[in-house]
Ligand binder design. Sequence first.
Ligand SMILES: [Zn+2]
Length: 206
Amino acid sequence: MSTDLTPDAVLDRLLSGNRRYVDGAGLHRHQDPARRAELAGEQHPFGMVFGCADSRVPAEVVFDQGLGDLFVIRNAGHIVDPSVLGSIEFGVDVLGIPLTLVLGHTSCGAVGATITAIDTHSTPSGYLRDVVERISPAVFEARRDPSAGYDDVVIENVRQTVTAIREKSTAVNRAITEGRTAIVGALYNLAEGTVTPVHAEGRVTL
Ligand SMILES: [Zn+2]
């Protein structure tokens, strides 16, 4: 089942919703009992968001969407692992979603923890170590530019998440190559509420 939208149309719908949210003009559609009942048997979300788990960046809120609109995956620092890739493949190949938006944000705590771990030569214990290890390559890449700051690392982490999804998932790469889907990486500004695209894989216009 496909939403029959192009990746450009999905991106436009998401960014339009974000502008409403920023302006305090949200429509808050699709959040009523009628919509809930309509969707009980099936879902046809038009877009997919893979974002950071940060409590200040809830996908449906910042894009002014409701029930059944978005297929959402979130974890700390939007790190790519097998469960994430399986979820994205479900969204692309089973639900037919034309666009995945990878959403990082300013002052991301997972990125900050990784920078601290690297700078203090300390490794967190438990599974937090896994988060830090997966974000570390973005810190080293961003710091090829000596002037790179915190949010430059955040943007590099978004870019690396976008490329990792395509590189690791044969199914997603095939869908992108065939023009059935695209991935856009974007930065959410915690203070302003704005979403700014920074990177794309596939046929989509930023
Ligand atoms: Zn974060």
